[in-house]
Design a protein. Structure first.
Length: 200
């Protein structure tokens, strides 16, 4: 067995060790996220943050500031519940916040919706001062690819194709396109000698 094959097929003990390390990493990550004074979720396109607040509060009791690169949510006169820089910019015109009554009375929550500028990037955290999550472990729902606009979807599909090709040592989509163009040109011009043609 070659060393390349040995790398590809870890033995059961290595797999068990990797699984244990992954569980520990995930438990640590979950514990760090649970300590945050807010909850957050994301899709490839947006981020939603929910912050529990006392049920007697009204919108005017809150100090909410959203900019392209920062967020601040506080009850007026108190320390901010969340404040800091986003890891990536947002489209301010598409962002919003609301104060909603929760189903578990007596309570309310501030719901903040953030629209990402870069629609092909996962956020490791909402604010850069918070603990990170491992974005490489995020597996997007494949059905969500259909939600993307044509240009973004084509870019994501190209990135996914190139990643798969890289993993198997194949040609990227750009290299494949050049080879296809050369083959087409060769077929159209059989009289020409392409034996020394360089693709690059």
């Amino acid at each position: 067995m070659s060393s390349a094959e040995a790398e590809r097929d870890p033995n059961p003990a290595e797999l068990a060790e990797r699984e244990r390390e992954e569980k520990e990493r995930k438990a640590k990550e979950d514990a760090e996220q649970a300590k945050l004074p807010y909850k957050w979720t994301q899709t490839i396109k947006d981020v939603d943050v929910t912050i529990a607040v006392p049920g007697n509060l009204r919108g005017r009791d809150l100090d909410v500031v959203l900019t392209k690169t920062k967020i601040k949510v506080a009850v007026k006169g108190q320390e901010p519940i969340i404040e800091g820089d986003f890891p990536h910019p947002v489209i301010l015109d598409e962002c919003s916040w609301t104060l909603e009554t929760t189903s578990q009375p007596p309570g309310k929550e501030v719901a903040v919706h953030l629209d990402k500028v870069n629609k092909v990037e996962w956020w490791p955290h909402v604010v850069t001062s918070a603990p990170k999550i491992d974005v490489s472990k995020i597996t997007p729902e494949s059905s969500k690819l259909s939600d993307l606009d044509g240009e973004t979807r084509a870019m994501v599909e190209k990135m996914m194709y190139d990643q798969r090709q890289k993993e198997i040592g194949g040609a990227s989509s750009d290299e494949q396109r050049k080879m296809d163009l050369l083959k087409k040109f060769q077929a159209e011009h059989p009289e020409m000698d392409f034996s020394n043609a360089q693709i690059g």
